[in-house]
Design a protein around this ligand. Structure first.
Ligand code: SF4
Length: 179
């Protein structure tokens, strides 16, 4: 399967695939594979795909995703920028809608410059972990992956491969066509 890296085409294809992507989510939830077995496939695909994609040429997550900053992220960033925590909050942060934490006031990320993260060594945990495909229990986070298909080339390509590798083994859905 060809690796897609063009973000405009990815957005377009993710939109076209949206219905199938949600259907595949239902398949994953009901299939005979354990969470651990699904993780091992996702982790292998993540390694394969992410080794071929250069995040510094993309930076799309820094442009469209709003990471949730926990207290330790705020302290770390304020320290890195040599700002008192209150001043850092006032300048850069606002509460997120669901009050789970703080988010940056603006998008793209205020620390993104020429597609580079200028606070890389002190970036928030959410940014370190994105796109979260190395984590355990993928099957309980498929919603997040489907949403990220239109944002992140790694997620888009992993999800396409996951459908290719797992769907045809499922009893309930036909194997979709791939180029
Ligand atoms: S994690 Fe995904 S969206 Fe973010 S820079 Fe890397 S490829 Fe792009």
């Amino acid at each position: 399967m060809r690796l897609e890296t063009d973000i405009q085409r990815i957005k377009q294809r993710a939109e076209q695939q949206e219905e199938r992507n949600w259907a595949f989510r239902c398949f994953l939830k009901g299939c005979d594979l354990s969470a651990k077995e699904i993780d091992s496939v996702v982790h292998a695909l993540n390694e394969e795909v992410s080794s071929q994609i250069d995040c510094t040429k993309c930076g799309n997550c820094c442009k469209v995703v709003q990471p949730i900053l926990k207290l330790r992220d705020i302290k770390r960033l304020a320290r890195y920028l040599n700002l008192p925590e209150d001043a850092f909050r006032a300048e850069y942060l606002q509460k997120d809608d669901e009050q789970q934490g703080d988010i940056f006031k603006i998008r793209p990320c205020p620390f993104l410059q020429e597609n580079r993260c200028t606070v890389y060594s002190s970036r928030p945990d959410d940014c370190r972990s994105y796109p979260h495909l190395h984590k355990r229990d993928f099957v309980f986070r498929v919603n997040q992956a489907v949403s990220n298909c239109s944002v992140c080339p790694i997620v888009f390509n992993v999800y396409e491969r996951l459908k290719r590798d797992l769907w045809h083994k499922g009893p309930r859905l036909e194997f979709p066509e791939y180029e």
